[in-house]
Ligand binder design. Sequence first.
Ligand SMILES: [Mg+2]
Length: 367
Amino acid sequence: MSQQAGTPGQTSGTASAAASAATGAAGAAASAPRASAKPLSEAYDVALLDLDGVVYVGGNAIPGAGQALRKASEEGMRLAYVTNNANRTPAAVAEILTGFGVAATAEDVVTSAQAAARLLAERLPPGAPVLVVGGMGLRVAVRERGLRPVSTAAERPAAVVQGYNPGISYPLLAEGGRAVAAGALFVGTNADRTLPSAHGPQPGNGALLQVITYATGQQPLVAGKPEPPLHEESVARTGARHPLVVGDRLDTDIEAAQRVDADSLLVLTGVTGPAEAVLAPAHQRPTYVAEGLSGLTEPQPEVGSGPGGFLCGGWTARWTDGGELDLSGQGNRIDGLRALCAAAWSRDGVTPDAVSRALKTLADSAS
Ligand SMILES: [Mg+2]
């Protein structure tokens, strides 16, 4: 077990500075949400934004998202939209964004289909046949990279690439399975186990990839988040020098950012709530947390640490002698969450029980 906050002799300071001094490692997992004196839109040149849960949820724009993005853009930040969805073309995604009041062109959108096509083009000669088990977005991306989409194993494809398409058929999966069994390279656009739907989670591309994997014993190379190729494609397309990854999922967006040593902003408008953020494992902790995209145009406050606990805004989070996390004070919910994250991330093996009372205090403060 790690030491308690407020160990006698510990100097006061920022929680993240204390921890980096302790580990001595640059790029180590976040030990507390970091401070930024400048608004993030000035501190980073490009925002690489996830879509669902960040800009919109299902069929609805997130209130304030369009306005926040316009403001970030006016302040000089370039915006790119990065999606694991391989079914839609970038132009189709841009059209959806524009419909939500977020001005975007196809050039502003990067899909896992494009990242998969790049991964293929790096490994295959120009014009190589590629069996596409997926939708139009994937076929277009493969063709744009100078490869030749085909539909049967008889055409002796050099690779099989599979991405989500609601019309996927057994005959096409069977062609893909035969080609992989015959030695074709197997690539998946993304490995999301589930997809959100109005009626709850349903099987995603990661589940569908298991058909060919199970039949052939071949694991696919995966391009989408949290694997690095989609991020690399986004950086290459935007020319980003100091990008900020913005997302709502710890196991895709935030983990992907950590794997490539990029900074990240977790927003609470999607699938991740305060409890998940506080309990995040080290490899899924964001650099910053904000309620939503308005956080892009705001400075980020310091989380202080000292004998009294972890402080942010009007809040103090501290560990009790009984090993329970305690939250006191008042102010913005997000500052309370920042203090809680710093306290929880300072220890190993934190359990949901140990933080439940502090989370309730935080939730009650907002109501
Ligand atoms: Mg999302």
